[in-house]
Design a protein around this ligand. Structure first.
Ligand code: SF4
Length: 366
């Protein structure tokens, strides 16, 4: 068995390290790219959401490199994601690719026994003992937390750095070096080293940079190619950014949701505007917009992949939050037709607006 998995932000660092520990053969998914998107767009139903097209294009690249099993994290509620697997199997079959799918869904959706059954399907390809397997998974969780912490800090600090570009280069180097490690232990040590390096970056603590919260659909927030590398571009502009939907958040949220203790702050914040889960992370998007305002951010940018139903609902609510709280929120729709120049112009115009608001302290709605 040669497994592959979708790119979903920093998750691939942890998955790679776990498979290295367990000595399971894998094909690292390609970094999302134009070829994946073009290939995916050609074979997907036109109205299907944007992440689906990139994902299936990437699967084909991995399959052509030898992958025969695709491991997919489970559904995030009543949105198209719940049907991804069935549809992707059918499309790939029609194209002559015969691959196995293992969908790791939340135990509350498929039952504890089925969950363990699916996890053991992956585990059976490793000769390691049960204790070693558990230890690898726990260390993988540590990796997700470490890399998310490093990224969170880097994106915030870039607004304060004295030597322009230093934080971005460090983050890029950290990710590149992490992919060259073998196993969880080596990767954890490397990430700890980079975490310390980040603490030594020279900062101008008196600077008051523009701070923007990145909100919206989880895949497009996490995958830089699908959001036109918006966080990197904002880093180049000296803007601090923050996103709450990260792989470490997702794990925590999934574990705590059966106890109804997940994302309490987001649920409280969204209650007035959207008190129900509507699929995807639509409710989280609304809650995060409110929280971003509360935390003193200057504005928020919602990333909305074309065809995403939950995010269309959030988009219709965001203007009310913006008006009531006098808090600028911009929505950027992304799909295979999105042009870089137009996208960048909108981002620059938004940052310009936030800078002028900050300078003049003018209080008006957006
Ligand atoms: S959240 Fe939106 S973009 Fe993501 S899978 Fe669901 S419908 Fe598609």
């Amino acid at each position: 068995m040669k497994v592959t998995f979708p790119q979903l932000g920093n998750t691939y660092f942890a998955v790679k390290a776990i498979f290295d520990d367990l000595e399971i053969e894998y094909i690292l998914p390609p970094v999302s790219n134009k070829t994946c998107l073009e290939m995916g767009s050609k074979i997907s139903p036109e109205e299907m959401c944007f992440p689906f097209k990139i994902m299936i294009g990437a699967y084909i690249q991995s399959i052509e490199e030898g992958a025969d099993t695709i491991i997919l994290p489970g559904s995030c509620g009543p949105c198209r994601y719940g049907e991804y697997c069935e549809l992707q199997i059918n499309i790939l079959k029609k194209l002559g690719y015969n691959v196995n799918f293992i969908v790791i869904d939340a135990p509350k959706s498929i039952g504890k026994d089925e969950f363990l059954n699916r996890v053991s399907k992956i585990g059976q390809y490793s000769k390691k003992s049960k204790t070693e397997k558990i230890s690898a998974v726990l260390k993988g969780y540590k990796i997700i937390n470490l890399i998310d912490d490093i990224e969170r800090k880097a994106r915030l600090l870039s607004g304060y750095e004295i030597n322009k570009g230093e934080v971005k280069n460090l983050l890029r180097k950290c990710k590149r070096d992490a992919l060259n490690t073998l196993g969880t232990k080596e990767m954890i040590n490397l990430l700890i080293k980079y975490k310390k390096k980040l603490d030594n970056i020279k900062l101008d603590k008196y600077r008051n940079p523009i701070k923007i919260a990145i909100i919206g659909e989880i895949y497009t927030i996490l995958e830089p190619f699908s959001n036109q590398y918006i966080e990197d571009k904002l880093m180049d502009m000296g803007v601090s950014t923050q996103k709450s939907l990260t792989p470490s958040w997702w794990v925590k949220n999934t574990v705590l949701s059966p106890l109804k203790l997940n994302s309490l702050d987001i649920r409280r914040a969204s209650k007035k505007y959207l008190s129900l889960y509507i699929g995807g992370h639509g409710r989280e998007c609304v809650g995060e917009a409110v929280l971003a305002h509360k935390k003193g951010f200057d504005g928020a940018i919602q990333i909305l992949p074309m065809g995403c139903m939950p995010e269309i609902v959030s988009k219709s609510i965001l203007p009310t939050i913006s008006k009531e709280k006098n808090f600028p929120i911009m929505t950027l729709v992304v799909d295979e037709m999105t042009g870089e120049a137009g996208f960048d112009t909108r981002v620059e115009a938004f940052v310009d607006l936030l800078e002028r608001r900050k300078d003049k302290n003018v209080l008006y709605g957006y």
